[in-house]
Design a protein around this ligand. Structure first.
Ligand SMILES: [Zn+2]
Ligand SMILES: [Zn+2]
Length: 240
């Protein structure tokens, strides 16, 4: 403890967003409370299925209405994918700031508890990345988030229940049809988990929802293998 205190004086931690120093601070936060408060929350009228903001209200967005190709039960996110939130995800994903996973996961877990999602689910599955990408990056950010969430909400995690077989390019450059085509066969179920996921409610975790395609294709595979419900929570959601 003394050593830790000394270290925090010599090498004080700073907020990853604004750079404010946490002197003599016993917290292990990497984002200060002011910056946490300033992040844009996803609130207001939104699609009950995919959480897309709806200016004029209504239950579902155009894409979700009567769409038989949607396999997830709901996608929810505490934050909008913009500004600080976007930067934090980039730091976690591409700049190896893996220590941020805990900070982001705490916000996600708080949201999961507030929305009472934890009551409904049996276990957690992160959206996987391809093994080649994992070697390049060294980690799967969704898995880091899911592991931290698992500790907080006290639910088991099956990190390898889904396997990403294809090395896929970023999808935001593709239109809707191309995205679906691109992701087709990109994921498979890990045979070891076939019995475990049957008739169970799953919390699917990812860092961001840009389109719903990735969550949808993962949900499709889980449902084809008899999972009951798939509730997806991502740290942020793109809204435009
Ligand atoms: Zn700050
Ligand atoms: Zn929708």
């Amino acid at each position: 403890m003394i050593i830790q205190n000394l270290l925090s004086i010599i090498f004080p931690r700073t907020c990853s967003v604004c750079g404010t120093t946490f002197y003599f601070d016993s917290t292990t936060q990497n984002i200060c409370n002011t910056c946490l408060d300033n992040m844009e929350k996803l609130e207001g009228l939104m699609c009950h299925k995919c959480s897309l903001p709806l200016q004029d209200g209504g239950a579902t967005c155009r894409d979700c209405k009567n769409n038989k190709e949607i396999y997830f039960d709901v996608i929810k996110s505490p934050y909008v994918y913009s500004g600080t939130v976007k930067n934090l995800i980039k730091k976690l994903k591409y700049l190896k700031r893996t220590f941020l996973a805990k900070d982001l996961a705490i916000q996600m877990a708080t949201f999961i508890i507030k929305e009472q999602i934890y009551k409904e689910i049996d276990f957690i599955v992160p959206v996987p990345i391809n093994w080649m990408k994992k070697i390049q990056r060294g980690y799967n950010q969704a898995d880091l988030l899911a592991k931290e969430i698992s500790k907080i909400i006290n639910k088991p995690i099956y990190s390898n229940a889904l396997i990403r077989t294809k090395y896929t390019k970023p999808q935001f450059k593709l239109n809707k049809e191309k995205r679906q085509e691109h992701l087709k066969d990109a994921f498979v179920i890990n045979k070891k988990y076939i019995d475990a996921i049957k008739f169970k409610n799953i919390l699917l975790i990812d860092d961001v929802t840009t389109t719903c395609s990735t969550v949808n294709i993962c949900s499709k595979i889980l449902k084809e293998n008899m999972s009951k419900k798939v509730i997806a929570v991502t740290f942020a959601r793109a809204i435009g």
